[in-house]
Design a protein around this ligand. Sequence first.
Ligand code: GTP
Ligand code: MG
Length: 399
Amino acid sequence: MKIKRFFAPSVSEALSQVRESLGPEAIILSNRHVMNGFEILASLEDDLTQVIDESEKPATSLASQPTQTSISNLSASTNPDPVVKNLLEELREMRNFLANRLDDTATNHEQKPHHGNQALIFAELLALGFSASLARYMAANIPADLPADIDTCLQWAKAVLLHNLITVNTEQEMLDQGGIYALVGPTGVGKTTTTAKLAARFVLRHGANQLALINTDSYRIGAPEQVRIYGKILGVSVHAVRDQNELALTLDSLTDKHSILIDTVGMSQRDQMISEQLALLSIANKPIKRLLCLNATSSIDTLNEIVEAYQGSGLAGCILTKLDEAVTISNALEVLLRHKLKLFYLASGQRVPEDLELADAEKLMYQAFEHRHSRSSTRLKDSELSLLMNSNPYPHHVS
Ligand SMILES: Nc1nc2c(ncn2[C@@H]2O[C@H](COP(=O)(O)OP(=O)(O)OP(=O)(O)O)[C@@H](O)[C@H]2O)c(=O)[nH]1
Ligand SMILES: [Mg+2]
């Protein structure tokens, strides 16, 4: 038997050499990773058939058969020896199996850097608290030529997300420009407190007589009082309204004001009354810009539902509240990115007016990625990651 040795830097190159030299019928006897490359030992099927014939002779009483039997002879034979036939069949299967495995290995080996980065960014984004759908999207779009290095991959992801995050850059966009703003959102998210913080910020820049506060919460005991107290402290006029008519009349009486802030009733995103509130705030010739207050500690799914419920004909933007209580802000950032919501302010505490600042996209993204260094329960171990990437847990689902 003639056994040939082939050596190349990669499996696929070694396999090509085998095919070139011995043709597609070559049998791969062994393959192994050696220093600087791969070594494959291969032979031609005919050569191997001879060896089998020789070795099987004593055990299979082939004495009467010709010693030099080729595969074609055997298969063409009208009376082939069943043992030899079985052995040849097994060898053929083994060769095909090995060739397929080596092809797979070669493919995996060649694509490894890109696949590696895809797995890396997928796992990292999950650990940072982003959703599987965002992690999947980012993994699918990571450039193939990015070096296989965790920091480079994370920098790329951060830059992409940062590019898509919309924030106001200066006070000019709201407090200086002026207009009518209504703070809307679920119950207890911090609408009244944030209204007071914004009012204080405005008074410092433009004076108390340039601002008016309106409260639409006449349902709950004590709610109008809360705004009234803030108004009194700041020296700003406060007006309570019960319906759209009263709101329109009040706005008509406040045309001399630079800015008007409306504090609204908190409503669950599943409350049918949200559409009524939307109607209340839709007054002809009086454009009211709605700012949605989002609690940064809420989950991605909850925040998504809230944005969808409050979207209406369009939100001017949003304010993130309770950042001081949030372990990570990736959930809130993902929702802003998904809905292309402009972020105005960040509230991170109960103190009025101190705990309010302008949104800073870079700082927020830094915070989101900084979470990586803290321990995260969502972080996968390397072994779990390879399990995830190499198996299909839902074999009956077509992805
Ligand atoms: N930790 C923290 N607490 C906040 C923040 N903003 C508001 N709060 C607190 O959250 C609670 C509810 O605040 P409100 O301003 O009354 O909330 P709201 O959205 O007006 O509530 P409803 O009018 O009942 O819907 C209060 O105890 C506030 O002090 C914040 O940024 N961080
Ligand atoms: Mg309130």
